[in-house]
Design a protein around this ligand. Structure first.
Ligand SMILES: [Zn+2]
Length: 533
């Protein structure tokens, strides 16, 4: 996910219990969604027929799914009928939940199909309307939990399923959706059926459809992944040019993280409310992302990194969304570092550090804020830039090699699944052999950052620099601090900070011309250093 302004069956184990308010249902697991949807040009009304394959883990007499009900003002979804095995079932649709009553108890381990017939005008989740050129289109925009405004589902990333979209639309449109295209058929001269189907399980936040007059470029294979650009017909030249830049980050992440998890990578111009939305295998970018000026490499890199982190290895709980956003942010920085050099990384990290320190006074909350119950508020400078900074410091803590080893091991273990912060910490500890509890506790679960006041004085007789470091915030952080001694014979020293106030003596045959805190940009902090005369 990129905020506007460009700026397997999941087995829930104890380790992935979250604390966000979504009412998880441990009795069922959705295995597959088949969404048949009929779209038309004369109204925004959609007609749906959704078949959910449900595995029962416990014997129950009813279960609930998410679907926005009619709002009394002409919007929302009205359920017409629900059937299973040829039988019509009773149900109650209250608010945004449908409770389906089972005719008899189902044995644990059994899979059953339930088909829900429904129709209505979506009040959210599927954006129907004109694009900036006045051309009509239909674009799914599900993140974080807006799928249930147009699709009956378990609308939380803890329950992943394979999905098939069977879209019946006016024949003049092209239809893209999650997965691999398995059928395109004219039903009549004016109506076309397009089916797309996934082979891997996904959370509902990143499944989608896009229907409009597209210009489509098949870019060929990039590291064996079919790459495609789908842009508005009017933006054909600019869009193909801008989206072709996706090849660089795609290859980089495949090389560094793991094979690409999906059937294709389509970069799609769309009506998303976000700057970019990391839909699995077909990323949606805001329509103004296309300029033809090649300025969206950062946006492309961020969304492509999400294909591994967020879409495949997903947070188990919305309060741990930094496992998506912090990773995507830092992975994009790492691509830029590999492509444009270390100086570029330092500049990007310094810019992010300024955002974090400016954000903090008005928002003194930790990256994982367990008090936060509104999932629409989980995106912040904390979950993007600060979390990216934490990964940067973790890299420095364990070294480049162990960092990448750990990132790969974490992905390997949690791909197609869900994780919490402790799961990532455990992997990094076992790969690095280091105890990282204090590191994660202070940076992820506690708010703030070191606010350093440093002074130094040179004793020419003893040839010693005496340095005093004071942490001004209430609770001290523990971290390594690098010090740059400038001037003739300049060098970098590293000291361990673990108290409110500490004094260090550094030998120096000459008086340094200056002293710099964190000269190589490895620490999230604010503060200054001055010489005592
Ligand atoms: Zn993102």
């Amino acid at each position: 996910m990129h905020k506007v302004i460009l700026c397997l069956l999941l087995m829930i184990t104890k380790s992935v219990h979250g604390s966000d308010p979504y009412p998880r249902n441990e009795s069922i697991d959705i295995r597959n969604y088949l969404f048949r949807l009929e779209l038309n040009d004369s109204t925004d009304r959609i007609a749906g027929e959704a078949t959910l394959t449900v595995r029962f883990k416990k014997s129950v007499t009813a279960f609930e799914i998410d679907l926005t009900g009619p709002d009394g003002q002409g919007r929302g979804m009205k359920v017409e009928n629900i059937t299973s095995g040829g039988r019509i079932l009773t149900f109650e649709h209250i608010g945004n939940r449908v409770r389906i009553n089972l005719p008899s108890a189902i044995q644990p381990g059994e899979d059953r199909n339930f088909t829900i017939w429904y129709q209505g005008i979506p009040d959210d989740g599927l954006i129907i309307g004109k694009n900036k050129f006045g051309d009509r289109g239909f674009f799914g925009d599900n993140w974080p939990d807006r799928a249930h405004h147009w699709l009956p589902c378990i609308d939380h990333p803890y329950d992943k399923a394979t999905v098939e979209f069977a879209i019946v639309a006016p024949a003049h449109y092209e239809v893209i959706a999650t997965g691999k295209k398995v059928e395109e058929s004219y039903l009549t001269k004016n109506q076309k059926l397009t089916r797309w189907k996934t082979s891997v399980i996904l959370p509902t936040k990143v499944i989608t459809i896009g229907v409009t007059h597209f210009a489509i470029s098949y870019e060929g294979l990039v590291s064996n992944v079919p790459m495609e650009s789908w842009v508005y017909a009017e933006n054909r030249n600019e869009g193909f040019k801008d989206y072709a830049m996706a090849a660089g980050p795609l290859s980089f992440f495949i090389d560094r993280i793991a094979p690409y998890p999906y059937e294709k990578l389509a970069n799609v111009q769309s009506k998303t409310r976000w700057g970019g939305l990391e839909n699995a295998g077909n990323i949606f970018y805001t329509e103004n992302s296309v300029t033809g000026k090649g300025t969206i490499e950062g946006l492309l890199s961020h969304e492509i990194a999400h294909q591994w982190f967020g879409d495949s290895a997903s947070e188990a709980d919305w309060q741990h969304v930094w496992l998506s956003e912090g990773f995507a942010t830092y992975m994009a920085h790492l691509y830029f570092e590999a492509t444009y050099g270390r100086l570029r990384l330092a500049q990007d990290m310094q810019a992010d550090r300024s955002k974090v320190t400016a954000y903090y006074p008005q928002n003194p909350t930790p990256i994982v804020n367990e008090q936060l119950m509104d999932i629409n508020k989980v995106l912040s400078t904390n979950t993007y830039q600060k979390a990216s900074w934490v990964l940067h410091m973790l890299r420095h803590e364990v070294g480049d090699q162990k960092f990448w080893e750990g990132v790969r091991a974490y992905y390997q273990k949690y791909q197609l699944g869900n994780a919490l912060t402790d799961d990532f910490r455990n992997v990094m500890e076992s790969v690095s052999g280091k105890d990282l509890k204090t590191f994660f506790q202070q940076w992820i679960f506690r708010s703030g950052h070191p606010q350093i006041d440093a002074t130094w004085k040179y004793d020419a007789g003893k040839k010693i620099v005496t340095l005093t470091i004071t942490q001004k915030q209430a609770v001290p952080f523990e971290f390594p601090l690098e010090l740059g001694l400038e001037g003739a014979g300049g060098r970098t020293e590293k000291v361990s900070i673990n108290a409110k106030k500490q004094e260090f003596r550094l030998s120096s045959s000459q008086k340094p011309s200056g002293l710099v805190l964190d000269p190589d940009t490895w620490l999230l902090f604010e503060g200054s250093v001055r010489e005592l005369k």
